[in-house]
Design a protein around this ligand. Structure first.
Ligand code: SF4
Length: 162
């Protein structure tokens, strides 16, 4: 894909007015919030859910990314019991997999420009854990068979117990 002709999808949405509509829909959805897999169903105008974020998220840093239309999700576990035991998250695998599939539906496999710099697509991060707890082989099977065999994966080895 040539960088000169590339346009991030959010600019297309902005121009068409679709982005404004989606903002309005999201602003209503937080009245019974189900914007992530925790589905707290709280009214974020009145109280906080698990994420402790009200109606205004706090932006910790920002800068121009002229490089990108990319989703970079984690795939941390391949087993729901393990996810609950170590991260206290229910339904992690089902919610995570549905999200990764939806991201891929929107942007497809990672595409690069003429200098091999990523422009658009899905780039999955997977942290390998001791004793096979991250389910690395199963996570790889899921990505290859249920998302795309061309999925780019950043396999991270920096886990250390603190
Ligand atoms: S954790 Fe936050 S974003 Fe997720 S459903 Fe609960 S209130 Fe909504």
């Amino acid at each position: 894909m040539a960088r000169e002709t590339f346009e991030p999808a959010y600019l297309t949405l902005l121009r068409s007015g679709e982005l404004r509509q989606r903002v309005q829909i999201a602003a209503e959805r937080v009245r019974s919030c189900d914007l992530c897999g925790r589905a707290c169903q709280v009214d974020r105008y009145e109280q906080l859910g698990s994420c402790r974020t009200g109606t205004q998220a706090v932006v910790s840093s920002y800068g121009p990314h002229l490089v990108v239309d990319i989703y970079m999700p984690d795939v941390k576990y391949a087993d729901a019991e393990t996810a609950y035991r170590y991260s206290r998250v229910r339904d992690y695998v089902a919610v995570n997999r549905a999200a990764v599939k939806e991201m891929h539906r929107q942007v497809g496999d990672l595409t690069l420009d003429e200098r091999s710099i990523a422009l658009r697509g899905l780039l999955v991060r997977h942290l390998v854990l001791p004793e096979g707890l991250a389910g690395t082989a199963e996570a790889a099977r899921f990505l290859a068979e249920e998302v795309s065999p061309n999925t780019y994966v950043n396999v991270m080895d920096q886990y250390r117990p603190c």
